[in-house]
Design a protein around this ligand. Structure first.
Ligand code: PRP
Ligand code: MG
Ligand code: ZN
Length: 223
């Protein structure tokens, strides 16, 4: 692969993390040539560019070396770490960013009298997070069927294709709208800065260090 001298950060093209991520980078003194409808934003001051992509693709892009960093939910990063092939470079959570807070939870039909994990034995659970759900099920020694859905997971119990769901909960509005209630919290999530386990030792590495320093300053001020 061609070596790059500019740092490249992957972030969500359009979604809940897009605005706060851009605002954070702006506070770190980065400015970009406005082209949010396009996939690429060129950094004007510092040698740092943005790649606007689907959030689920961000860990893979870093692992492949296409991007140096990513702003992504801990849920997406953790799922990648559990399910990615060993041939891909391992990633690490460099910084928690303090926005986009939500939980990955198991939810059950409102009318179910939920007592604990064993009640899920032999049930089917719909999710977009088979890695994280699978790990939780193993930890609790529960044998359950995992039904994979890419989105609109909360509809599955009504459709009869699952007995419970495992998905993100932020306001809880989607659960209520689907007559579900939270039964177990698997992961507390927020936006994080993801990167490779070992940082590059070149100009990009220097820029990355500078960015981390500014980030720490901005995050400290906010707290
Ligand atoms: C997310 C998530 C939940 C919902 C949680 O879905 O998967 O369904 O938001 O938010 P709430 O608790 O505030 O209702 P999103 O809207 O991103 O759609 P998707 O599931 O189709 O990706
Ligand atoms: Mg999504
Ligand atoms: Zn959803």
């Amino acid at each position: 692969m061609k070596t790059r001298d500019r740092l490249r950060i992957a972030m969500q093209k359009s979604g809940r993390l897009t605005e706060p991520a851009l605002e954070l980078l702006t506070r770190c003194g980065l400015t970009f040539r406005q082209s949010r409808d396009k996939l690429f934003c060129f950094g004007e001051g510092e040698p740092v560019d943005l790649l606007l992509v689907r959030d689920d693709d961000i860990p893979g892009l870093i692992a492949q070396g296409v991007c140096d960093l990513g702003i992504v939910g801990r849920n997406v990063l953790s799922e990648f770490q559990l399910t990615a092939g060993r041939e891909l470079a391992p990633l690490s959570e460099l910084r928690p960013l303090g926005f986009g807070r939500c939980r990955l939870s198991i939810a059950v039909p409102q009318e179910l009298d939920y007592h604990g994990p064993q009640q899920l034995e032999g049930r089917r659970i719909a999710t977009s997070y088979p890695g994280l759900l699978g790990e939780w099920l193993r930890t609790h020694a529960v044998n359950a069927g995992v039904v994979m859905l890419a989105g609109s997971v909360e509809i599955a119990p009504k459709l009869g294709t699952a007995d419970a769901i495992c998905d993100l909960v932020q306001s809880g509005g989607t659960l209520v709208a689907n007559q579900l209630r939270e039964a177990e919290v698997l992961l507390e999530s927020e936006a994080v800065l993801a990167g490779p386990l070992t940082l590059p030792v070149d100009e990009r590495g220097d820029m990355l260090e500078l960015l981390l320093k500014r980030l720490d300053g901005v995050i400290q001020v906010r707290e």
